[in-house]
Design a protein around this ligand. Structure first.
Ligand SMILES: [Cu+2]
Length: 110
């Protein structure tokens, strides 16, 4: 007897250790948490045109800065958010302006 498995999800999350990769479809938005001095998920693959919203859940202030100065958020205090739409395909590494060891990466697919 065979069993057919149908996957209908348009978004999926793969968690391997501390790395979570999330893929979302175009024209949508996705919210990221900044929590315990980390970006969650730390890696993201999106279709071009996806809006990404970063929300700081920590008491400490954080920010989101493109490694090659692609973008820079203002300082985000607890509960504040920053939204950016990724239109151009490519890989964007980013970090926290207050804590340089906080890193994340977005891959933008065409
Ligand atoms: Cu930070």
């Amino acid at each position: 007897m065979t069993r057919k498995i149908t996957r209908r999800a348009v978004a999926y999350v793969v968690v391997a250790g501390a790395v979570a990769v999330k893929t979302v479809t175009a024209g949508t938005s996705i919210t990221f948490a900044i929590e315990d001095f980390a970006f969650i998920p730390v890696q993201l693959s999106v279709k071009a045109g996806t809006k990404v919203i970063f929300v700081n859940h920590d008491e400490a202030p954080h920010s989101v800065v493109g490694l090659k100065s692609e973008f820079r958020s203002p300082t985000l205090n607890n509960g504040q958010s920053f939204a950016i739409t990724f239109d151009k395909p490519g890989e964007i590494d980013y970090f926290c302006g207050q804590h340089g060891n906080m890193r994340g990466k977005v891959t933008v697919a065409p």
